[in-house]
Design a protein around this ligand. Structure first.
Ligand code: 5GP
Length: 206
């Protein structure tokens, strides 16, 4: 049997702030080879340690709105007062090369992507409880109490969208959650609808 072609899988991960999604996405990229990470554009300022072009493309609001006006974003959303969006060119370039693409985007963006790419696979990540989510946000120590309260209110809204996703991962333990995410991605790679095969000695329909 010969694998002629495999179309890349689009893997969308969403989670409320504090559920540990950034760490999961980072760790899973070390575990699963050939996974293209979609670097978003954002108008928010870089956090300490974040690298322009690797974590995000940091742009001004005018630049972001120009891109949006030119239809260069596959989806976009306003999150916590800043704009975020996925560049369509990088995304489609990776998919057309058969690469799987991992996107870390909010629930509004995920909804837009599912409409545009119905074959997208979506995964919702949650902390074990709201109490735990609040504790993680406080431990992170990077946000003021009023900002934490805002994130928790938004978390409740986001959690209510969990059924719109194909998979749910409850992040109790990072290693376990990373393994679950990797398993989903590896399984999606072998979905028959993405494959074109040729057998040497038997005719099979496309
Ligand atoms: P943060 O600023 O904390 O890194 O991300 C805030 C939120 O924006 C997260 O929920 C993250 O998933 C989301 N986000 C990051 N990039 C994008 C994007 O390109 N599009 C959308 N819709 N959301 C994004």
């Amino acid at each position: 049997m010969e694998l002629i072609k495999r179309r890349g899988a689009l893997v969308v991960v969403s989670a409320p702030s504090g559920a540990g999604k950034t760490t999961l996405c980072h760790e899973v990229r070390r575990l699963v080879p050939d996974l293209f990470y979609s670097v978003s554009y954002t108008t928010r300022l870089p956090r300490p340690g974040e690298v322009n072009g690797t974590d995000f493309h940091f742009v001004s609001e005018a630049e972001f709105l120009d891109m949006r006006g030119r239809d260069e974003l596959a989806e976009w959303a306003e999150v916590h007062g800043n704009y975020y969006g996925t560049p369509v060119k990088a995304l489609e370039g990776a998919l057309s090369h058969g690469l799987d693409v991992l996107l870390d985007i909010d629930t509004h963006g995920a909804r837009q992507l599912r409409q545009r790419y119905p074959e997208a696979v979506s995964i919702f990540v949650m902390a074990p409880s709201m109490k735990e989510l609040a504790a993680r946000l406080r431990e992170r120590n990077s946000d003021a109490p009023v900002e934490i309260a805002r994130r928790l209110t938004r978390a409740r809204e986001e959690i209510s969208a969990w059924r719109q996703y194909d998979y749910l991962i409850i992040n109790r333990d990072v290693k376990e959650a990373v393994d679950q995410l990797a398993t989903v991605i590896q399984a999606e790679r072998w979905r028959t609808s993405r494959l074109t095969l040729k057998f040497p000695d038997v005719e099979v329909p496309e």
